[in-house]
Design a binder for this molecule. Structure first.
Ligand code: 5AD
Ligand code: SF4
Length: 447
């Protein structure tokens, strides 16, 4: 009889992809996904610890789940992902009803852990080794078994091309939660993309913490290729309509990769290039290994080669030691680049990071004000940028629809809403004339 699996996923696309892989692994043991925890036989919380009170969020969710375990002692609860990696068995001290703690590189063990628990094992399952190679052969095994099948109507997928991170930006928890950087072999990536296309997938996003350094560190390939080379390989696979990637560290953005935007037709003109700060003083304290000037040069090169490219970024405000002048530099960078959109955050101390020990912490009230100032200006700029699309015809890949309306996405990653008949389906590409712009989306009519 089918068992019910409920997964709550926090954090990044990497975590979303991990949750999908777990779902596929567990489908082989007759687990089906449910949308409410109340009827579940297994609850997994896939956690993120990138910012702020991540641990508290997990404990408060666990607190809410505790009564379910009382009602149904057969229910198994697992904490997986970055907080599991970071906290390990400390989690069980505060939430003794947790059955499994699984770190970021051990998710492939979940089925066998569950088997042992089902056999009546009374001790908890804890796997948090961060050995830096486990995930790669596990991916291969997964691929060579029964191919994962996407749910019907799905047409975009993430494909993980590397794990971990070697950059050690001073504020970032990722190297300690996801381990050292390691690149997956090209043949495996190509094979996974082929399988997905056979199953009806049309758009692929290649995923890694810093895709620009793909193949450069701890490559498993005997003859590693660069990320730009990988893009050419993947773009050649017949049937693929759109190719994207995320995320990139500007320090590793090569000329060859910039050229891909001119040479690869299906590479979408959208680039998420996190800058974090516009001040060289702060960039140095963050240990980002690029300057404001070199960032601006790369932006100019990208726009020269692909004038329609939409640029997005990440910003941290209130990094330790950030003065009014440093913040003004960030605002000034926003005026210079005029990003189409951005994700901006207040700096927060994270465990095992160097900046947690830096002096001159910025008061919370100042961080809040700076964040608001940045976001208000970004919203105005996003609107102005989006207004430029009004009157143009855009190719929109439909994501959902019904009742005479559809929602889709342009190559530049803008969401477009438009009226249409019900013969338009997810995955179809439709020409849409843009009629109105908002700061977060566009509206249009079928051209
Ligand atoms: N505090 C605030 N924001 C952070 N980010 C990463 N670490 C921190 C931190 N300690 C942001 C960065 C990164 C995004 C994923 O999260 O902007 O690009
Ligand atoms: Fe969060 Fe970073 Fe872990 Fe992703 S890798 S889940 S963003 S801490």
């Amino acid at each position: 009889m089918a068992k019910h699996l409920y997964i709550k996923t926090f954090g990044c696309q990497m975590n979303e992809r991990d949750s999908e892989i777990i779902e596929q692994l567990l489908a082989r043991s007759d687990y089906v996904l449910v949308s409410e925890p109340q009827t579940a036989d297994l609850i997994l919380i896939n956690t993120c610890s990138i910012r702020d009170k991540a641990e508290q969020k997990v404990y408060s969710l666990l607190g809410q789940l505790a009564p379910l375990k009382k009602e149904n002692p057969q229910l198994k609860i697992g904490v997986i992902g970055c907080v599991a990696q970071q906290e390990g068995d400390k989690i069980c001290k505060r939430a003794p009803y947790v059955d499994m703690i699984v770190g970021t590189q051990q998710i492939y063990r979940i089925p066998s852990m569950l088997d042992r628990l089902a056999d009546g094992q009374t001790t908890r399952e804890i796997a948090t080794d961060l050995e830096g190679s486990f995930i790669i052969p596990a991916f291969q095994k997964l691929l060579r078994g029964k191919p994962p099948s996407p749910a019907p109507a799905e047409f975009r997928k993430f494909v993980t091309i590397m794990q971990g991170c070697n950059n050690y930006c001073s504020y970032c928890v990722v190297p300690s939660t996801r381990g050292r950087e390691i690149s997956r072999p090209v043949v495996d990536i190509v094979e996974e993309v082929r399988i997905l296309i056979e199953q009806g997938i049309k758009e692929i996003t290649l995923l890694g913490q810093n895709v620009n350094s793909y193949g450069q560190t701890n490559a498993v390939d005997e003859h590693p290729v660069s990320f730009a080379d990988l893009l050419y390989w993947v773009a050649e696979i017949p049937g693929l309509e759109r190719l994207r990637f995320t995320t990139s560290n500007p320090k590793d953005l090569s000329e060859k990769l910039i050229n891909c935007f001119a040479e690869i037709d299906i590479l979408c003109p959208h680039f998420h290039l996190p800058v974090q700060s516009g001040s060289n003083h702060i960039l140095q304290k963050m240990d980002r290994k690029y300057t404001r000037e070199s960032y601006l040069e790369k932006v100019a090169a990208l726009r020269e080669i692909r004038p329609d490219i939409a640029l997005a970024t990440d910003i941290i405000v209130g990094f330790p030691g950030e003065s009014d002048e440093d913040f003004t530099q960030t605002m000034d960078l926003l005026e210079t680049v005029r990003f189409h959109g951005s994700f901006s955050f207040k700096y927060s101390d994270r465990p095992n990071t160097r900046s947690a020990d830096f002096a001159d912490k910025v008061p919370e009230t100042v961080k809040k004000e700076r964040l608001k100032q940045f976001q208000d200006r970004q919203d105005q700029i996003s609107l102005e940028q989006n207004e430029k699309y009004v009157g143009t015809v855009q190719k929109v890949m439909v994501e959902s629809g019904g009742d005479g309306k559809a929602k889709g996405r342009t190559g530049t990653n803008h969401i477009v809403h438009f009226p249409c008949s019900d013969d338009v389906h997810p995955g179809n590409t439709v020409d849409v004339q843009i009629t109105r712009a908002g700061k977060h989306s566009l509206q249009g009519e079928k051209a």
